[in-house]
Design a protein around this ligand. Structure first.
Ligand code: NAP
Length: 254
């Protein structure tokens, strides 16, 4: 089966392309540096010829409110238009658990807009809502600075390894479109501030992490369960300590 992975050179995309190829599929990594740009439409008609499935795991290079909204709206519109013309039978996009409750955040308004375009299009689809990736914990600290300290609300948090995200996305990609949302998450629950504090300690990053009930997540106020998936979520296998050991051994942790 020919599967085009938009953002196929990124964190999730590169792992996904490898896994699909290991399972005998023709997986094509699509990104600006492979000649395919969803913002401009460059290369899309050509790469979608004969494709059964398109998986969109791209991300905006800029997270400024206007830039990220433009990225997800323009890219998704272009993709869906070219997919409909090429007869693609399944559009799969990766989004985030709790997206619909995070609209105070410019990034999440853009993800909501992306999801709406997909749901309104004629192309059969699946939207995967994943929890945060372990690889994103340092990035989460970086976007949560107040002065020289990291401020995070002590809410429930159930992140997962990028490798488990890619495996779950791959399984959905080779199945039938759900025409709905599928949730995936990690095998353990933590407190958000606690896990970021642990991650920074392993990186010997001396920033203090403050448990602040009024702190925002990516600009949005959140409650106890906003970031955790529902009971029907498919859970990854990799525990946080196992991931830490593996990523320290390979030196690949972000
Ligand atoms: N971070 C989290 O914890 C989390 C949790 C749940 C869901 N997600 C979602 O997961 C998705 C993937 O995240 P990621 O961390 O794997 O992303 P990433 O590593 O930043 O990769 C982004 C990919 O998008 C490509 N791209 C950028 N501009 C493009 C364009 N104009 N046309 C085509 N491709 C373009 C990039 O190509 P170049 O490298 O060539 O620029 C790269 O391959 C995102 O949609 C995000 O919302 C993230």
């Amino acid at each position: 089966m020919k599967i085009v992975v938009i953002g196929g050179t990124g964190l999730i995309g590169s792992k996904l392309v490898n896994k699909l190829r290991e399972h005998g599929h023709e997986a094509v990594a699509a990104a600006p540096n492979t000649g395919i740009n969803t913002l401009t439409g460059e290369g899309l008609a050509e790469v979608l010829k004969g494709a059964s499935v398109v998986v969109d795991v791209s991300n905006s290079p800029s997270w400024d409110d206007a830039a990220v909204l433009n990225f997800f709206e323009t890219s998704t519109r272009n993709l869906l238009r070219y997919e409909a013309a090429a007869g693609v039978g399944h559009h799969l996009a990766l989004s985030v658990v709790g997206t619909d409750q995070l609209s105070e955040s410019g990034y999440f308004r853009a993800k909501v807009a992306q999801e709406k375009l997909i749901q309104e299009s004629s192309v059969p689809y699946t939207i995967i809502h994943a929890t945060q990736f372990f690889e994103f914990l340092k990035g989460l600290a970086d976007i949560s600075m107040v002065g020289d300290k990291v401020h995070l609300p002590p809410v429930l948090f159930q992140p997962m390894a990028a490798d488990d995200v890619a495996s779950a996305v791959g399984k959905v990609a080779v199945g039938s479109p759900a025409n709905g949302i599928v949730e995936i998450g990690g095998p353990e629950q933590f407190r958000l501030d606690e896990l970021v504090r642990r991650r920074l300690a392993t990186l010997k990053d001396s920033r203090e992490v403050v448990a602040d009930p009024d702190a925002r997540y990516s600009g949005a106020k959140i409650s106890e369960k906003t970031l955790v998936p529902g009971n029907n979520a498919r859970l990854g296998e990799t525990r946080f300590e196992t991931w830490l050991t593996q990523s320290a051994a390979t030196g690949r942790a972000a």
